[in-house]
Design a binder for this molecule. Sequence first.
Ligand code: AMP
Length: 393
Amino acid sequence: MQPMLEPGSTIGILGGGQLGAMFTGAARRMGYRVAVWDPDPDAPTHRVADQSFSTPFANSDTRERFVDVVQAITLEWENIPAELCEWLEQRRPLRPASAVLRILQDRLTQKQFLSSCSLPVPDFAEVQSVDQLLQATRRLGFPLICKTARSGYDGKGQWLFRQPSDISQFERILNTQASGVRWIAEQFVAFVRELSVLVVRSGRGETYVYPVVENRHEQGILRESRVPASVSPSDAEAACELSLRAVAALHGIGIFCVELFQTQDGRLLINEIAPRPHNSGHYTLDACTVSQFEQQVRVTCGLPLGEVRLLSPAVMVNLLGDEVTAVMSADGCLETFSTPGASVHLYGKRVIRPGRKMGHVTFTAPEVETAVVSAEQFMLRLQRPHSTSPFQQ
Ligand code: AMP
C-alpha cells in the first residue's frame, strides 16, 4: 500500500487549468504544498500554487526539477503525454496510473476497452479514410458523430453527419489533418438524458460513489448540472453500479467521472470516462461533505477517503465566454451575490474566448425545484446584454 503523505509535503499537479486551481485550494486548506506544471504561463493554477513550471512537457530539465520537489503526483488533464507520466511514475506515486491514462486518452482505445469488458457503449467504428467512414455509415446509419480519437474536448474535434451528402465534408476535414490521425465514428444516440457519476477509488481498497448528476450541454459544452438527477431510484442505482464497474475494470485509483447517456427505452450507455475531477462535479464544493478535489488530494496522498454525503440539492451553471461579465459588473455582483444559496466561482482567466469556461455559479436550496428556479432566472440574466468586457477578446 502507498505510504501516507503527511501535510507539509508537496503534491505535483500536471495541468494548470481551473480544475488544478480548485485542487490546489483543497490541498492548501489541508496543509499541503502544490507544484504545478503547465506550459501555458497564464494557466489559472500558476497564480495559486506554491511552485510553478511553465516549460513544454517535453522539457527534460523541468522533468528532473519537478520530480525533485514533489512527493506525489496527480493530474487535471488526461492528455498529458503518457511517456512523461510513465517516467514520473517510476519515481513518485502517480494517481491515476499511466496505464489507465493510456486507455482513456484515446477515445477509440477507451471504447474498445469498455466493450471488451462487456460495458455498454454506443456502437462505434474506427475511421481513417472516407472509405472506412462509408463502411461505418452502412453499419451505424445516420446521424453519425465523428470524433478525433485524441485531444478533443467540449465538442471540439467532433462532426455530426446527418445524411449521406454530408460525407463529402469529411474528405475536406481529412485533408486538413496530419496523416495517421484516427477517428471514431459513433452512432448518434437519441438520449433522453445525459448523466454523470463521480467515482473515487483509493489504493487502500476504499470506493465511494457520488449521487447521479443530470447534465445539459449546448453545442457540446456543459451548460448546467443538477443533482439529484430526475431519475428513478432504480435508474440512479443502475447508473452508479455501471460507473463503479467501469472504474473497477480499469483498476483505477483516483477520482473518475463516468459520463452516461440514458435512452428512451431506459438503457444506459457510457459516453466517456475522465480520469480526474469533472465540470459536472463542481457542485461537490458547495453541496457535499467532501468535494471531488479534496478526494483527489486524499487519494493522491494515500489518506483515507472522505465519506460522501449530499448536503443539499444543487444546480451548477457554467459561465461561458463573455457571460462572465454579467457577473463581474457591479449590477451583476449585486444580483448574483444577493441570490440565496448562490456560490460564485470565477477562474481568473485573463483572456475571454467564445465558449471558454470562465467560472461557474452553484445554487443550493432545500428542494431541487428552488435551485432550478434560481438557476433559470440567473441564465435569463446571462442573456441580457452585458457591460463592456474587461477582458481581451
Ligand atoms: P464528448 O466530448 O464525447 O463528451 O461529447 C460532448 C457532447 O456531445 C456530449 O455530452 C453529448 O451531448 C454529445 N455527444 C457526444 N457523443 C454523442 C453520441 N454518440 N450521440 C449523441 N450525442 C453525443
